[in-house]
Design a protein around this ligand. Structure first.
Ligand code: SF4
Length: 238
């Protein structure tokens, strides 16, 4: 922005003009939030119905609100930061966005975080997550890590069998790594579940609501589709 117009803006507007500058940046960096016809491993921590909405193209943030956009853009920055730290460390790494993963049945697409290369041939996958429970990684994050590891092996022959889920405490920002390993039985269960959701979607049926889901949850702790899901349209989005 030219200096003169910036000065005019500061003189002419209310005291918190800088919030407008920041909001304008995020608005111009908004991303399309709906995907159609495939699952994302990052969605495996959602409830089944939320995964189905994503698969059939209901936008994850139907309100497309500025706060949703801000959180998404900041999430992307956050992952870029982890990549830079590992690349600059000199450790031999591959970054997930250079190795997008996919599968046809069920249809899955996504990108993992960081793969540490081991000269002996067994690479390790590191995935960063923000979550509150300090004792163990949630099921959905383990499912996500496992799916990335499995697809990296299938698509690129990377031989990933172990790695780390790194928990970032959302308040203190302390990091805690949990060792994880790939279990094929777990992958087969997930694949089966995704095929069932796919079949429901092809037949234009909707999965029942998650019975554990009783209240509207804040963004980041689960569901951004609460209002849509509980509207009449939520049961018949076609
Ligand atoms: S409101 Fe509940 S049941 Fe509906 S998509 Fe969200 S978490 Fe799932």
């Amino acid at each position: 922005m030219a200096i003169r117009s910036m000065i005019n803006m500061i003189r002419g507007r209310r005291r918190d003009w800088f919030l407008d500058v920041i909001d304008d940046y995020f608005k111009s960096n908004s991303h399309v939030t709906s995907t159609i016809g495939y699952f994302r491993p990052s969605a495996l921590s959602q409830c089944i119905r939320e995964m189905q909405y994503s698969y059939i193209g209901v936008a994850k943030y139907p309100d497309n609100s500025l706060s949703s956009i801000k959180r998404m853009v900041r999430g992307i920055w956050h992952h870029d930061m982890w990549e830079k730290i590992f690349i600059n460390s000199g450790i031999p790494v591959k970054v997930g966005k250079d190795y997008p993963v996919s599968c046809l049945c069920p249809c899955i697409m996504g990108t993992s975080d960081i793969i540490i290369e081991n000269s002996l041939g067994d690479n390790q996958l590191i995935d960063f997550k923000s979550y509150a429970n300090a004792y163990s990684p949630p099921w959905g994050h383990l499912a996500q890590w496992s799916m990335y590891a499995y697809l990296l092996n299938m698509n690129y022959g990377m031989n990933v069998s172990k790695g780390w889920l790194v928990r970032e405490d959302p308040i203190s920002l302390e990091l805690e790594p949990f060792p994880v390993k790939l279990e094929m039985e777990f992958i087969l269960d997930i694949m089966h579940g995704l095929r069932v959701i796919e079949r429901y979607s092809v037949e234009k049926l909707m999965f029942p609501k998650d019975m554990r889901c009783g209240t509207k949850r804040a963004w980041g702790s689960g569901c951004s589709l609460y209002d849509f899901c509980n509207s009449e349209k939520g049961d018949n989005p076609w």
